[in-house]
Design a protein around this ligand. Structure first.
Ligand code: SF4
Length: 176
């Protein structure tokens, strides 16, 4: 049976998933070695059981993300924080300087929201007061930094994991 691989998109810009697509023809070779079972490229609503590897893009920024990442963790063997927003909060966490969710909403909408308030319901999840990197909510098995991580780095990590090895990122990360 091929390894079951998933991706998840939390509070991020989708740039990490775009970098994944930048693997170009290497994706075809990887696709033959795994079953892709969840992600924004698939029409699968519920995160499945028994996933071997999940790449998580983005930070935890609202209540829906909290529920989702806990479910993902419970159903995944190797959880990868995929990109700097997942690793550290990065761009998504910039709004933390505004104090809390009310501070963000006031800064963005002022009194222009209906009735002077932003209405949250099942379609508009409530913002958390602080944006959190993934490891502050659940255990992370591997940190894959970069904004976004390069296609070469993503390819290396996925190839190693599919071969049953733990990727050694020493010497492969470039800063600046
Ligand atoms: S790490 Fe960069 S590319 Fe990835 S979701 Fe965050 S801002 Fe976008």
């Amino acid at each position: 049976m091929k390894p079951r691989v998933a991706t998840v998109w939390l509070g991020g810009c989708s740039g990490c998933h775009m970098s994944l697509l930048d693997m170009d023809e290497r994706l075809i070779a990887l696709a033959g070695r795994m079953d892709l079972v969840h992600g924004p490229l698939l029409d699968v609503k519920e995160f499945p059981d028994a996933v071997d590897v999940t790449l998580v893009e983005g930070a935890v920024a609202n209540e829906e993300h909290l529920i989702q990442i806990r479910k993902v963790r419970a159903r995944t063997k190797v959880l990868v924080a995929f990109g700097d927003c997942a690793v550290s909060g990065n761009v998504t966490a910039l709004r933390n300087v505004l104090g809390n969710a009310d501070g963000v909403l006031t800064r963005v909408y002022g009194d222009r929201a209906p009735g002077g308030r932003v209405v949250f319901d099942e379609l508009v999840p409530k913002l958390l007061d602080r944006v959190l990197p993934v490891h502050q909510v659940v255990d992370v098995d591997l940190f894959l930094p970069g904004c976004p991580p390069s296609a070469d780095l993503i390819h290396f990590v996925l190839s190693e994991l599919l071969d049953g090895r733990s990727p050694d990122l020493a010497g492969r990360l470039r800063f600046g």
